[in-house]
Unconditional design. Sequence first.
Length: 413
Amino acid sequence: DKEMARYGREVLAKLLEHGHEAYWVGGCVRDELMGRPVHDMDITTSARPEEVESLFEKTVPTGIEHGTVTVLCHSYAYEVTTYRVEGAYEKHRRPLEVEFVSELKEDLRRRDFTINAMARAIDGSIMDPYDGQKDLGKGLIRCVGDARTRFQEDALRMVRCIRFASVFGFSIAYRTWRALLAERESIRFVAMERFRVELEKLMEGNKPSRGLGLLYRSKLPAHAKVPFEYEPDRRMIAHIDDIPPSEAVIRWALLLYACGLNAEESHDMLGNWTFPNRVRDQITSILDVGEAVAEMNAGMPYEQQWIKLVLRSGRDAALNWLRLSEFLKNGGTEPYPSEVLENGRAWTEEMEIYHLSELAIAGKDVLELSGRRGGPWVGGILNEMLIKVAARALPNDKKVLIDELKRVISTNE
Ligand code: ATP
Ligand code: MG
């Protein structure tokens, strides 16, 4: 993003004008060297947080105790962090004390991996005291300094290690991997939310199968705060890279299915792993559809059963499940009716409406016509109408539906 770079440059220049040191640092330097899109730009500076706050009009003290101030500039946000070395660590996370030091190299030394420990000056020159560029060239994830110590300081780095290896398709340096295996049990000190955020990034990357394989070999999930005995079907996992990253919910559904979890178990698992409710429901509803299809009654028209299912689970879940089964091809274990697999998409797209809220009549129409008191029967009647309209047995026309309502009510009486 050119605009983001331009305004970011203004932020950097202002710090320099006022006599401070200031550099681009971390992910943005790495991504630019790799030719990958840069999504956020972080700055490291010798200026104290109070000085940063006084220099810029709009700032947010996002992590002031860690020396981080977010500078807002033309709707872009830049995280400006004062150089620091971290003191003792508490419970393998969170520094106890943070001392500010005017030393770029010290700041870089506290970063996790060599490829993340580079800074770029405003003139474009790269500060790279830990040979990050060399490791970028070799495609290696390597801890800055002694890997075991670094994982002891912050166990989340073990998951980040696997995440970066997966997203970039990099190898893990031998000592770093050995240290990860040796320290894996300390992953239980990491909040599930932080673990989950890294997993999401892994799953949204190019080749999640790689990271999932590394996770399996590392046994990190089994040692997490909420342990998960992770033993996926490898043949199914192999298909996960075929699903585009933009359809990450389908990737998640495949992963859970490959782990042998049903919709209910998946719902619990995703809850334990602190997934936001919306995403959690999106993922489990895909598995719900699969379970319902597996239980369809061969003696009844599949199209009817499918339409009811779409109305219950939602159009997106139904289409997502069809996508998932396309990717799994014969990799699934369930015997799904081929008629549904072949026609499900067309049946879905031919539906007139997908939700009660789209129906041309509502509960109050039913009540007015019947003159009876409300109750569950109203929903029952509306649902019958919904199914008929969705299946195009009736038009979604208020007049026609009212006539139909009159007929139904009079025959019920
Ligand atoms: P991306 O934002 O693309 O996921 P990133 O490298 O920018 O990758 P962030 O989590 O945004 O990752 O962190 C920014 C930088 O902060 C990293 O590049 C790294 O230098 C440093 N960093 C982040 N987390 C840690 C950690 N747990 N231990 C040490 N350094 C870290
Ligand atoms: Mg970042």
